[in-house]
Ligand binder design. Structure first.
Ligand SMILES: *Cc1c(COP(=O)(O)O)cnc(C)c1O
Length: 436
């Protein structure tokens, strides 16, 4: 059935409140009953190729037998137990595995239930670290973060306050939120030369020089500012961020919630620059998308600043579901599949195909086309020109969910070349339906 002819909702359907959606005129939502590989199965049996892998987390696609089995086995053993004073194998093994796969120095893992909470944890850690660190005392009482324009770090209050303040989604809450500082969004692209990145770096330095005595941490989504508009930027910027943070005694936090687990072509985006942050946050791909969970990793100098006689110098945070055994077990299985089945090789192939099918495309409505790892975006001049894109893709059997001026794909890594072509065809052929 074409999208435009889907039945309209009865009032009963209003019990379920959908995100980021004007409920009054929301088209009838798709009824998904299952999924296999890169495809979701709709009620009625039709399948739809998911170009977004469910907000970028279902990196193995749907119904992966090993991930499903891991959850089932764990469910039979232990579904949940608190982490206060108790440990269990899945949590300990996942902490060890994350220490192994993440960049040098990130030796301590704090679990929580979602990407936003993982970021809240990172920010609290940084503020308390600055109060308690023993190597310098000019960093006490630094209550602010330095974030970047175009940043997105989550929807909880603490996270909203470090998202781009001018962007529509959170500006309503301006008076409710604490005030932080923002450096300009980096402008030099992924392949820019060192000289081309110099202006971005001077702008960052200028912000740090002005506000250093207030700033606990600098935070950024390394290389790919995702929900803020898929801005792709240079590894040299990350290098410079590391150097500047060391110079000014500021904690460097990398939010790898979207970029972690291969999205930019390396396991973690910061590997493109050979830089380790002081704190790193992982979520989305962590469990292969099968359950909500997050990990905040810290270097040892951060961790040991919480040592002390005083109970109040401990880290005062503890989500009920942190280290949930089901989530940890499926995350371990996800990582095993990722490594055993050479996902980085698959991602490189997806990258090549995205480049081949998209980078030479052009249309007057299009402002820019960018590809990084298994991520591609067509940015248009005016959001209104994407109005019909989702319905167009739907008719071609593809699920796209453009936002603002960005029509993008972040496919599951198991997407076949043929399926990826179907996705990029759905993206480009849409523009051919527009009047010039
Ligand atoms: C999705 C996202 C978050 C928030 O994660 P949730 O699990 O939705 O709370 C934070 N940071 C980045 C970079 C994200 O893409």
């Amino acid at each position: 059935m074409p999208f435009s002819q889907m039945p309209t909702r009865d009032t009963d359907s209003l019990s379920l409140w959908h995100p980021y959606t004007q409920m009054q005129d929301m088209p009838a939502p798709l009824e998904v009953v299952g999924g296999t590989g890169a495809r979701m199965t709709l009620a009625g049996g039709e399948t739809l190729l998911d170009a977004t892998c469910s907000w970028w987390c279902m990196i193995h696609g749907y119904g992966h037998p090993r991930l499903v089995a891991a959850i089932q086995q764990q469910a039979a053993e232990l579904c949940h137990v608190m982490l206060g004073g108790i440990r269990h194998r899945p949590a300990k093994e996942l902490a060890d595995a994350l220490v192994r796969v993440t960049p040098e120095g990130l030796n301590h893992v704090f679990f929580s239930d979602s990407g936003s909470v993982g970021m809240e944890v990172a920010m609290k850690m940084a503020v308390q670290y600055q109060q308690q660190r023993k190597d310098r005392d000019d960093t006490r009482g630094r209550p602010r973060m330095l974030s970047l324009m175009k940043a997105y770090h989550g929807d909880t209050a603490g996270c909203m306050a470090v998202c781009d303040p001018e962007e529509g989604m959170h500006s309503l809450f301006a008076d409710f939120l604490p005030r932080h500082h923002f450096a300009p969004a980096p402008t030099a692209g992924f392949s820019a030369s060192r000289e081309e990145v110099a202006d971005d770096i001077s702008a960052l330095r200028a912000c740090l020089e002005t506000h250093q005595h207030e700033i606990a941490a600098l935070l950024m989504e390394p290389l790919l500012q995702a929900a803020g508009g898929l801005n792709m930027y240079s590894p040299y910027y990350l290098e410079a961020a590391r150097e500047l943070c060391d110079e000014f005694g500021i904690v460097l936090i990398f939010d790898e919630v979207a970029t972690g687990f291969g999205r930019t072509g390396k396991m973690f985006a910061c590997e493109h620059a050979n830089v380790s942050p002081d704190i790193m946050v992982l979520s989305k791909g962590l469990t292969g998308g099968y359950l909500g969970h997050a990990a905040t990793l810290a270097q040892s100098h951060i961790f040991h600043a919480f040592d002390g006689e005083d109970a109040n110098s401990a880290f005062m945070h503890g989500p009920t579901f942190m280290g949930n055994p089901l989530a940890c077990r499926v995350a371990l299985e996800s990582l095993a599949v990722f490594e055993e089945e050479n996902y980085l090789g698959k991602i490189a192939e997806l990258n090549q195909l995205l480049r081949d099918t998209l980078l030479n495309f052009s249309h007057p409505a299009i402002r820019d086309i960018r590809v990084l790892g298994a991520t591609a975006v067509i940015e248009v001049h005016d959001a209104s020109s994407l109005a019909g894109a989702q319905a167009h893709a739907r008719e071609l059997g593809v699920w796209l969910r453009p936002f603002g001026r960005w029509l993008y794909t972040m496919p599951a890594y198991i997407t076949s070349p043929q399926d990826l072509r179907q996705i990029t065809h759905a993206m480009t052929s849409y523009f051919e339906t527009l009047e010039h």
